[in-house]
Design a protein around this ligand. Sequence first.
Ligand code: APR
Ligand code: PHB
Length: 389
Amino acid sequence: MRTQVAIIGGGPSGLLLSQLLHVRGIDSVVLERKTRDYVLGRIRAGVLEQGLVDLMQEAGVGARMTSHGYVHDGALISHGEEIFRIDFARRAGKPVIVYGQTELTRDLYEAREKSGGRFEFHVEKVRVEGADSETPTVIYEVGGEERRLDCDFVAGCDGFHGVSRNTIPAGVRREYEKVYPFGWLGVLSETPPVNHELIYANSERGFALCSMRNENLSRYYIQCSLSDSPADWTDHNFWDELKRRIPAEQAERLVTGPSIEKSIAPLRSFVTEPMRWGRLFLCGDAAHIVPPTGAKGLNTAASDVHYLYNALRQFYEERDEEGIDRYSERALARVWKAERFSWWFSSLMHRYPDQSEFDLKMQRAEVDFLRDNEAAQVAMAQNYVGLPY
Ligand code: APR
Ligand code: PHB
C-alpha cells in the first residue's frame, strides 16, 4: 500500500491531522493499534482553546462542537473557604469551549469515515524503516499477516506508549521528565454540575476540581495517593472528600449520584527532543505529557498538528521544505510554554507530601497574589485560553 502521509495512531492528534490533510487533498492512512470504540471509550479533559476550535472548523468538523460546546468566560479558584474568579474574556479577550474529547474524537472519526478515509485497526508490531531517507516505510502486522505502507512522511501520533518516539535513535533523542508524588481520582456522574464554570480548589486536604460535560453530566477529581486504587474509594467516600475540599457554599449545592466511571491517573511532565527525525514527525502525547491541571494535553497536541499540517501543506503545495525543517523548533517552543503553565498551575494547587511550612506560606502568597493582581490574572488567563501558535 502507498500513501503520502502514514499516520501512526488514531487518537485525536492522528485523526485531526488526517482530516486537515484530506481537506487539502493530501492523502493519508491511519494505523491504530486498538479499535474506534476503544479510542472513544477513553475519558479525557474537555476544555478547548480557540486555536483547536479554529482547526476543527478548518477541518470542516466544527458543527457539533459549535452547537453542543459551552462557552466559558472564566473559571473559579478556591483556597479553603475563599473563592475568586479569573475572567478570561476580560483578561485575555477570549473564552474557552467546554466540549468532551470523546465527542471531538467521534466527530473526527465520523468525518474521516464519511470522506472515505483509509484506516487499519488492530495493527501490531509497528515499525518505521527509512525515516532518515526520502522513502520511509511503515511495516506492521494485522492478524499475524505482515503489511507495508510506503509513504513520503510518517506522523508519529501514537501517544505516550507508542513506538514512534523510540524510532529516533537514542543518541539523538533527549528526554525530560518530572513525576508528581500524587494522582487524580476522577469520577463521572449523571448529575448537574455544581457550578456553571470550572472550580479549581486548593484545600489543606489536597486539590479538587469540579468540571462538567453537559447540564446533566459532571466530571469531578480529587488529588489522591499514588498507592490508591479506584476500588478503595466508594462513591460515598469520594463525594464526602470532594465536599471537604471545596468551599462550604459550593459543597452544600453539590448534587451527588452514582459514579458511571471512576479512575486514577498519575501526573507527569514529559518532553522529548527533537520532535522530528528525517521524515518522521512526533505529534501530541507521543512527544510530550503535561499534568492535567489546566487541561493542556489535547490543546498542545493540537498546536503540534497545526505546525505539522502547515509544514506538509507548504511542502506539497509550494514545494517548500521550510516548515518541515522548522517543525521541531516551532512545536517545542510552544510545548515548553504549555509545560511551564501546567507545572506552575499544578504546583499552585496541590499538597505535596514533602511541603514545609515555608512552602505552604509561599503557595498561599502566590494564590493571594493571583487573586489581587491584575497582571498575574492576565498571565494566568492568557495561558489558560491558549498562547498564540
Ligand atoms: N501503533 C498504532 N497505534 C498505536 C500504537 C502503535 N504502536 N501505540 C499506540 N497507538 C494508538 C493508541 O491506541 C491511541 O489510540 O495511538 C493513539 C494515541 O492517542 P492518544 O494517546 O490519545 O494521543 P494523542 O492523539 O496525541 O492525543 C493527545 O489526547 O490522549 C489524550 O491526554 C492526551 O489529551 C491528550 C490528547
Ligand atoms: C475535565 O473536565 O476532565 C478537566 C477539565 C479541566 C482540567 C482537567 C480536566 O484542568
